[in-house]
Design a protein around this ligand. Structure first.
Ligand code: NAP
Ligand code: COA
Length: 269
């Protein structure tokens, strides 16, 4: 790992929630390569231990802590433990989420509430719990939202409502905490290859192909695409960016960019 270390985040501590797998683990590994000390947080002890061990084995510095984002006291304790070990927190990523595909008419009240509790209230809990522990001025807070936060989607009423709430929360906290030198932004990824999220949303090769054919860039993104976006937003290079929802989505939010409805044709140059 040392051979690739550019030290953009040298001396910084990143507290990354939902980092035991997928997009957030990709961010944690990328930030470690850039010299940050990493705190890996999610619900499942064994997954956290494996994620933290992987970062350490690759030459990074990582601490794993189990906490459910629905439990504010557990998050507060996690921030206290992290700052006892590493000092004030420079970067927070709030990326824990739960999702499943279900028509609203078949969704139980508890099913809807569960996704709101994890995604939206969990994000408030993470960002609010971080507040006393932040290295200010200069702290950068990032939430992971989704195109469902701006574009309605079938069978995603819970995730759409939750991610739309995260987008507004991002802007409100940016206004309130900006005067202290705390930046608050969100990344809205499009479909990212090899993730649990896409395994749930497009579970078959046919569904995956159909979605790709509607994307302007005609492909899924990679973990690295999101991690590079997060690196920029977390770094001092983004020092004048706050309250922004940055899309890393292959054009997903633009809507259907397929040509099937007007037939096949080619443009001669
Ligand atoms: P993932 O691998 O399932 O990651 C979800 C993470 O959240 C895991 O680390 C999970 O770990 C943790 N988590 C779930 N519930 C939790 C809770 N109650 N408390 C604490 N941690 C919890 O999914 P992913 O697809 O990479 O998605 C990561 C983020 O990107 C999510 O915010 C998702 O909405 C967003 N996103 C994903 C895509 C995509 O293409 N995949 C697109 C747009 C947005 P434990 O199970 O150990 O708790
Ligand atoms: N369809 C309809 N309802 C569902 C469902 C599905 N596929 N999966 C769960 N639910 C409902 C449950 O039936 C329950 O409602 P009920 O009490 O009325 O029966 C409610 O959601 C809570 O389910 P439970 O399994 O107790 O929640 P949990 O807190 O243990 O898990 C989930 C949360 C459901 C979101 C689970 O899928 C999860 O942990 N996901 C994390 C990983 C993930 O989703 N990654 C992708 C991120 S985009």
């Amino acid at each position: 790992m040392d051979a690739f270390k550019h030290n953009v985040l040298a001396g910084k501590t990143a507290f990354i929630v939902g980092a035991s797998s997928g997009i957030n683990l990709g961010i944690a590994q990328h930030f470690a390569r850039q010299g940050a000390r990493i705190v890996v947080v999610s619900r499942t002890e064994a997954k956290i231990a494996a994620a933290a061990a992987g970062i350490v084995e690759a030459g990074g510095d990582a601490l794993g802590i189990a906490a459910d984002v629905r439990d504010f006291a557990a998050l507060d304790a996690a921030f206290m433990q992290a700052s006892d070990r590493f000092g004030k927190i420079d970067i927070v990523i709030s990326g824990a989420a739960g999702n499943f595909v279900a028509p609203a008419a078949a969704m139980s009240a508890n099913g809807f509430k569960t996704v709101i509790d994890i995604d939206l209230i969990g994000t408030f809990n993470v960002l609010r719990a971080s507040y006393p522990y932040l290295n200010r001025p200069g702290a950068s807070l990032l939430s992971i939202t989704a195109t469902q936060g701006t574009n309605p989607a079938m069978f995603q009423a819970h995730a759409c409502a939750a991610k739309a709430g995260i987008n507004m929360l991002t802007k409100c906290l940016a206004m309130e905490w900006g005067p202290e030198g705390i930046r608050v932004n969100a990344i809205s990824p499009g479909p990212i290859a090899g993730t649990e999220g896409m395994a749930r949303l497009t579970p078959t090769p046919e569904a995956e192909h159909a979605l790709k054919s509607r994307l302007a860039l005609r492909d899924y993104g990679s973990l690295r695409d999101v991690a590079d976006t997060a690196l920029f937003l977390a770094s001092d290079n983004a020092r004048y960016i706050t309250g922004s929802i940055i899309e890393c989505d292959g054009g997903c939010k633009l809507g259907d960019a397929s040509t099937s409805d007007i037939g096949n044709f080619s443009i001669k140059m």
